[in-house]
Design a protein around this ligand. Structure first.
Ligand SMILES: Nc1ncnc2c1ncn2[C@@H]1O[C@H](COP(=O)(O)OP(=O)(O)OP(=O)(O)O)[C@@H](O)[C@H]1O
Ligand SMILES: [Mg+2]
Ligand SMILES: [Zn+2]
Length: 444
């Protein structure tokens, strides 16, 4: 049995079935009702938000033989059925990415001379229009400005900045919006109901957030999970299929970091990786988590600004209330540097572990800076975290943990203040930290 992907099977056939993009649907419908429809449109917006779908809906509305008073296409007439099957002579859907040349445009112009067969209009959908060559764009200008009366052009693109100004000034432009996680989730709930799928609310939350504003991405991810889990889907199924870390792990990690607990932090990362989470995915997710923590403290952010379901915002704010904004920002920067480094690293996992260990040392390092500058420090006693890292001898510490504890004093440097010297003598871990600090120029 052939399986049709969910994104295709659930492509809306009328504007009423579309999620969001009401501004587009409403303007187009009003123009149609009043008989003031423009002859050339440009639909722009990120991937999978309804551009091609809307172009096809408009084609149906223009050509349906039995639409109702609201101009909704019937879905049953010859014209509707042909468009549905992609077999209509009146709707030319052209992938501009593979028809980039000037000859392709000339051929199109030839075809447009003929009147529509069943329908009243010939609708040309030029998908990925930014891929056209310069010459092809030029060849299109004249037709776009004054097409035959029975022709409507719909250009679609994700990269509107690549479309020449000359084209832009000849079309009516519609900007499609990214969909919010809530909109994607509602659509998934609707589909689950219709298809008899039982899914944990959290499972759908994860998929909707991962869709990152694109309904197609949401449906494709959901398809993938469905293929793995079948008709009953748990949050764990989703995490396993998509390699998404459990956000609880990020909460625990940030707690360890705040306590300066190196062993705990690295251990937490280990646990996640052991469960099959990809290391890059883990750090990326942690960056997003920090962003959520920071933004959850701000009021009046638009829906969808956080990659978090609205009902979880208060909970996150409460759980992370103790974190200082300065620390969050510094960690966020380290996360972003680490993500970069991991892309080129031979051992991304090691890079991740070292980065997390550094993050847990953040306060120490910051304090050391002040010490190095000769400032007096109020509290020099090593906190519990470093102590526990030492005692635990956690293999998770990797290079840091396996380094032999250097009991010998580091060579005294004239630039170090007496406080530091004193502190280092009393604490070998601090001694090692100072060495690392001296050796690595940090951007902090
Ligand atoms: N606004 C929406 N409401 C409901 N479903 C949508 C919406 N947008 C996209 N989809 C779903 O995603 C699929 C792909 O949408 P569509 O082809 O319209 O995206 P697009 O904006 O043209 O993307 P691309 O730029 O990648 O071509 C549709 O078949 C449909 O299942
Ligand atoms: Mg498209
Ligand atoms: Zn019809």
């Amino acid at each position: 049995m052939s399986y049709q992907a969910m994104a295709r099977r659930w492509r809306p056939r009328r504007f009423e079935d579309m999620v969001g993009q009401e501004h587009v649907a409403r303007t187009l419908r009003n123009a149609l009702v009043r008989g003031h429809l423009h002859h050339a449109f440009l639909f722009t917006g990120t991937r999978g938000v309804g551009k091609t779908t809307s172009a096809r809906i408009l084609a149906r509305m223009l050509n349906c033989q039995e639409q109702d008073a609201e101009l909704r296409p019937c879905g049953k007439c010859e014209s509707c059925l042909e468009i549905e099957k992609g077999a209509s002579m009146d709707v030319l859907e052209i992938d501009a990415a593979s028809h980039t040349g000037v000859d392709d445009v000339r051929e199109l112009r030839e075809q447009l001379k003929y009147a529509a067969s069943h329908g009243r209009y010939r609708v040309v959908i030029l998908d990925e229009v930014h891929m056209l060559s310069k010459a092809a764009f030029n060849a299109l200008l004249k037709t776009l400005e004054e097409p035959p009366p029975h022709v409507v052009f719909i250009l679609a693109t994700t990269e509107v900045h690549k479309v020449p100004q000359t084209i832009l000034s000849r079309v009516q432009r519609y900007d499609f919006r990214r969909l919010t996680p809530l909109q994607v989730r509602d659509r998934l709930i609707h589909i689950c109901k219709a298809d008899g799928i039982t899914a944990d609310p959290e499972a759908l939350d994860i998929v909707a957030l991962r869709a990152d504003g694109s309904m197609r991405d949401g449906l494709s991810l959901f398809d993938q999970v469905f293929a793995f889990a079948g008709e009953t889907i748990t949050a764990d199924d989703v995490r396993r299929t998509l390699g998404v870390p459990d956000s609880a792990s990020h909460t625990r990690l940030v707690e360890h970091l705040a306590n300066g607990n190196i062993a705990g932090s690295v251990g937490e990362v280990h646990l996640a990786l052991e469960r099959g989470v990809d290391s890059v995915e883990y750090i990326r997710g942690f960056g997003e988590f920090l962003r959520n923590v920071l933004f959850s403290r701000m009021d009046g952010l638009p829906d969808g600004a956080l990659s978090l379901m609205p009902e979880r915002v208060a909970e996150l704010r409460e759980k992370t209330a103790k974190l200082s904004e300065g620390d969050i920002l510094r960690w966020a920067r380290m996360v972003s540097d680490t993500t970069q480094q991991m892309r080129d690293a031979h051992h991304p996992r090691l890079a991740l572990e070292m980065a997390v260990a550094r993050m847990a040392c953040l306060d120490k390092v910051a304090d050391l800076r002040r010490l190095l500058a000769g400032e007096a420090l109020p509290a020099l006693t090593p906190g519990p975290p470093i102590a526990s890292a030492r005692e635990g001898g956690n293999p998770a510490l990797g290079a840091m943990g396996s380094a032999p504890p250097s009991r010998s004093e580091p060579p005294a440097r004239p630039s170090r203040g007496p406080n530091l010297q004193q502190a280092v003598e009393g604490d070998p871990t601090l001694g090692r930290l100072v060495e690392t600090f001296d050796a690595t120029p940090t951007s902090e």
